[in-house]
Design a protein around this ligand. Structure first.
Ligand SMILES: Nc1nc2c(c(=O)[nH]1)N[C@H]1C(S)=C(S)[C@@H](COP(=O)(O)O)O[C@H]1N2
Ligand SMILES: [Mo]
Length: 554
């Protein structure tokens, strides 16, 4: 409806475009983006939460991100890395949208082409996710359609004949006011019929604001609906877990040192670190859960959750750690797991000769590969259903995950586990191995100074130094501490709670003198190997180096 006569006119129009108009058009773009997000979220509530456009794009970004970027994200944002990613996606979308409005105002085709291109990207990405369903295309397609519709509606030229009160101060160069008979507003203050934007700035921004507010409402409703439809907390709360067939005694009280500031021997579940690639947590109803054990086996097995709970369950005290932890880093926790022993199930299935990998697959398409010989060498490898006496929290893999002591999480601890394939490393690389990480993932010997805290100020005299050390499945035999590069001194160890559990240690630093001091720690595992002191980053097989802290004595 809006025609441009020639380039000169366009150029003049562009020069004259008041800031208010530009602002309004940017707001139109933002409103279109908000409507798209809202419609996408709501559609995803009916399809599945993983299909929301933002989640689809974010998940693809996580999988495509080079290892260096992932490492940087974990280092800089820690467990808030997902919030950081979503913030980035929303910011980018916002900037694109703000550009989309003004561009589409000049060329309507842009209002169709850009959302359609983004929608196509979204649907294509949705379809190529490892856990894709055909209906996953719907939210992205609906979102694109919503963006185009809202933008075209907001940009549609105003029909002539509607009275507007002009704001001469704002439009010094505007066309001559025209008198239009029959309008309510009297006199020469009546807006011209031809002026599409009588006061486009304020009205436009207000209209866009209304659309944004409405979108926010729809988005919240969509998210609420999605949570309601996918909530498994009732099913989780209703679960009664059978007692273990072979209960473990409680850990010896002397395994936990009463030193303030020391990480507790058993990590409270609420404090347990979380590392995964899931932007939305898989919500799995245990009644619908099944686990397939197949591949290079004589008798493929399919288990229901009831079948799993009917097996003789075992307990395991175990320290789980993440390969992405820096030296002294936080991604480590200890708990008591309850689960069905994995070796017995594999023997029942009958592992064929030549297989060397057990590949776990999660509901969200993660693949985690474990060396088969590790699973079968007699360690307590579990299909875990509980940690610390309660069903697994959703964030930690409800209803079932694998736990295999001695290996970092990325080669052993598949959360939301639904499929186990007996295969070979030659046939298939799991997710992290594809990205260059070591395929074995054996936990390196590590030790950490927790007391005094880094950069703490302590009184001169005798100072208690304490922390934890782990060499999961090998066990910790010794811990040594040194001050300012002096001689290594033996620390005292708390009672051994088993080779799969970290070990607390403490040391009295005699007659600390005022000034700044440098403390270092190293452990020796039960095979007699001293912790590697060479500083290496987490990639590709776990950080090495001795943890150190600086304290000020006064
Ligand atoms: N499905 C799934 N399982 C997964 C992961 C994941 O990204 N997806 N991450 C693994 C990694 S790298 C670690 S360290 C552990 C962390 O387990 P937690 O979050 O329960 O502490 O889970 C493992 N299992
Ligand atoms: Mo990890």
């Amino acid at each position: 409806m809006r025609s441009v006569n020639n380039d000169a006119t366009t150029a003049r129009a562009r020069r004259r475009l008041p800031a208010g108009v530009l602002l309004a058009r940017m707001a139109y773009g933002l409103a279109a983006a908000c409507a798209a997000v809202a419609v996408g979220e709501t559609a995803a509530a009916f399809v599945r939460p993983q299909a929301a456009p933002v989640v689809v794009i974010g998940s693809a970004a996580i999988d495509l991100a080079p290892t260096a970027v992932k490492e940087w994200a974990v280092r800089s944002f820690g467990t808030s890395d997902k919030t950081a990613l979503l913030t980035g996606i929303y910011t980018t979308t916002g900037l694109l949208a703000a550009a989309l409005g003004p561009l589409a105002a000049r060329r309507r085709a842009v209002a169709i082409v850009l959302p359609a291109a983004l929608g196509a990207l979204g649907t294509w990405t949705a379809l190529t996710r490892p856990d894709a369903h055909p209906t996953d295309v719907l939210p992205s397609a609906a979102a694109a359609l919503a963006a185009t519709t809202v933008l075209l509606l907001l940009l549609r030229p105003r029909r002539p004949g509607r009275p507007r009160r002009p704001r001469p101060a704002l439009r010094p160069n505007g066309p001559e006011p025209q008198r239009r008979p029959g309008t309510a507003t009297p006199g020469p203050t009546t807006a011209p019929a031809a002026a599409v934007d009588a006061h486009p700035g304020r009205r436009g921004v207000l209209t866009a604001g209304a659309v944004i507010a409405l979108s926010a409402g729809v988005a919240s409703a969509g998210r609420y609906l999605s949570e309601r439809r996918n909530d498994v907390s009732a099913a989780r709360a209703a679960l009664t877990l059978p007692p273990p067939a072979r209960p473990l005694p409680p850990p010896a009280p002397s395994a936990a040192l009463p030193i303030p500031g020391l990480a507790p021997l058993r990590t409270p579940v609420g404090d347990f670190y979380r590392v995964d690639t899931a932007l939305t947590l898989p919500h799995i109803d245990p009644h619908e859960w099944t686990l397939r054990i197949h591949g290079m086996v004589d008798h493929p097995v399919e288990l229901s959750f009831a079948d799993l709970l009917a097996l003789p369950l075992e307990e395991l005290d175990h320290t789980l750690s993440c390969v992405s932890s820096e030296v002294g880093g936080p991604y480590v926790g200890t708990t008591r797991w309850l689960g069905a022993p994995l070796p017995a199930l594999l023997r029942r299935a009958g592992v064929r000769a030549g297989a060397d990998q057990l590949l776990g697959r999660s509901k969200d398409g993660m693949t985690i590969g474990t060396p088969l010989e590790t699973v079968l060498d007699g360690r307590t490898a579990l299909l875990a259903v509980a940690m610390d006496g309660a069903p697994l929290p959703v964030a930690h893999g409800f209803p079932c995950r694998s736990v295999i002591p001695g290996l970092y999480g990325y080669t052993s601890a598949t959360k939301w586990l639904v499929d186990l394939e007996v295969t070979t490393f030659a046939a298939r690389d799991p997710y992290w191995v594809e990205r260059g990480w070591d395929r074995t993932g054996e936990v390196r010997t590590a030790s950490r100074i927790e007391v005094p805290a880094a950069f703490a100020r302590v009184r001169a005299g005798d100072v208690t130094v304490a922390g934890t050390a782990w060499a999961t499945h090998r066990g910790v035999a010794a811990v040594e501490v040194r001050v300012d590069g002096g001689p290594w001194q033996q620390a005292a160890l708390a009672a051994d709670a088993g080779p799969d559990v970290w070990r607390q240690w403490h040391h009295t630093w005699r007659s600390a003198t005022p000034g700044t001091h440098h403390l270092e720690v190293r452990a020796t595992d039960a095979t007699g190997t001293v912790q590697d002191g060479t500083r290496r980053p987490p990639f590709p097989s776990g950080a090495t180096g001795w943890h150190s802290t600086v304290v000020t004595v006064h």
